[in-house]
Structure formats: structure tokens, C-alpha cells
Design a protein around this ligand. Structure first.
Ligand SMILES: O=P(O)(O)OC[C@H]1O[C@H](OP(=O)(O)OP(=O)(O)O)[C@H](O)[C@@H]1O
Ligand SMILES: Nc1nc2[nH]cnc2c(=O)[nH]1
Length: 183
């Protein structure tokens, strides 16, 4: 697939590379302030959160430790199954730790509400959520999200870690897909 093919697959760009980076800098400054004097563990949710986790970690000025989980509720399509599976668990013991879950997107909220409850059951001092994107109109459950990069319309989006059938994760920006891609 060459770069021209990728552009032709996109309908609209919803957040540019520059907008993403600027927002991450703002939120990182807020996180540095909020967790001042406390050790923070940031937990990236694979695979989608790889990009935002890498950018957020580099934008933070405080000491943080990092770990990863892989969960899945989407399979290869565009609808959440609602059934969350742990594919890779954390290597860190969460007892007494301040944990910040880092996600690329909250859509129905089913993944994060399940994951937050799961991590809270492991005895941490606190569990909060950071998501780069959120679709307020798609919410099926209410979740308390402390840091939100940007609220976006209820459309399936790709780029900046987000895939469609494993493609488009490597784009630096986020956009919606042209209808012919689903055909
Ligand atoms: O709010 P929800 O409707 O539950 O959707 C959000 C979840 O969907 C995506 O993951 P996905 O299952 O596509 O896995 P991936 O990160 O490996 O692409 C995303 O990274 C979230 O984890
Ligand atoms: N790629 C992608 N994955 C998602 N998972 C939940 N919502 C979305 C979305 O809009 N795009």
C-alpha cells in the first residue's frame, strides 16, 4: 500500500498530528501537577494505545513507570462485542500504586469500565483514565475519565494507533474512513 492509497481511503481528518501533539503536551503538564510527589504507573492498553503512550510518556517530566496490557473486545470489525478478554496481563503488582490507564479511544465505554474495575480489584492506591479520543454519543456505560484529549463524533475512526482490520495504525493523525473501504 503506498501513501496515495492511504489518503484515498480517508473521508475526513478529525484531528491533525499537530493538534494531537499540542493536546498531549497540555495534558502531560496537568498530569505532572496532579501527581506531584507521587509515583505513577502508566498502563498502556495494546495495541491501540502504543502511539499515545509513547508520546505522553515523553511529554511527562516526572518519574513514571510503564506497563502494558492487551485486551480485546472488537475482533476485526467496527462493533464492540462487549466481551472483554485479557490477552496479555500486567507484569506489575498494583498494590498501593497510583495507576493511570492510557487508552487511544473510548467508544461504548465497555472496555474501559471493565478494565478499570479489574485493576481496582488488585489493591492500587488509585486508578484513573487517560484517553486520547472519546465519542460521547456512543457511550453505553458511564465512566469517570480524568483526562480526555478530544471528544469526536460517533464515527469509526482510524490512525494514531487505531486500526481497521489492523491497517492505518501508523498514521500520525486521526480520520474517518471513506465508504469504499468497508465495501
Ligand atoms: O469503548 P469501547 O467500545 O469498549 O472501545 C474502546 C476499545 O476499542 C479499541 O480496542 P480494540 O478492541 O479495537 O483493540 P486494539 O487496541 O488492539 O485495536 C480501543 O483501543 C479500546 O480499547
Ligand atoms: N479503529 C477504531 N477502533 C475503535 N474501537 C472503538 N472505537 C473505535 C474506532 O472508532 N476506531
Amino acid at each position: 500500500m503506498d501513501s496515495q492509497d492511504v489518503q484515498a481511503d480517508l473521508k475526513e481528518i478529525l484531528c491533525t498530528k499537530e493538534q494531537i501533539q499540542e493536546r498531549i503536551e497540555e495534558l502531560a503538564a496537568q498530569i505532572d501537577k496532579d501527581y506531584e510527589g507521587r509515583d505513577l504507573l502508566i498502563v498502556g492498553v495494546l495495541k491501540g494505545a502504543v502511539m499515545v503512550m509513547a508520546d505522553l510518556a515523553r511529554a511527562l517530566h516526572s518519574h513514571v513507570t510503564m506497563d502494558w496490557m492487551a485486551v480485546s473486545s472488537y475482533g476485526s470489525g467496527t462493533q464492540s462485542s462487549g466481551v472483554v478478554r485479557i490477552i496479555k496481563d500486567l507484569e506489575t503488582d498494583l498494590m498501593g500504586k497510583h495507576v493511570l490507564i492510557v487508552e487511544d479511544i473510548i467508544d461504548s465505554g465497555l472496555t474501559l469500565s471493565w478494565l478499570k474495575a479489574n485493576l481496582e480489584s488488585r489493591g492500587p492506591a488509585s486508578v484513573e483514565i487517560f484517553t486520547m479520543f472519546r465519542k460521547p454519543e456512543a457511550a453505553k456505560v458511564e465512566i469517570d475519565v480524568k483526562y480526555v484529549g478530544k471528544d469526536i463524533p460517533n464515527e469509526f475512526v482510524v490512525g494514531y494507533g487505531l486500526d481497521y482490520a489492523e491497517k492505518y495504525r501508523n498514521l500520525g493523525f486521526v480520520g474517518s474512513l471513506a465508504p469504499h473501504v468497508y465495501a
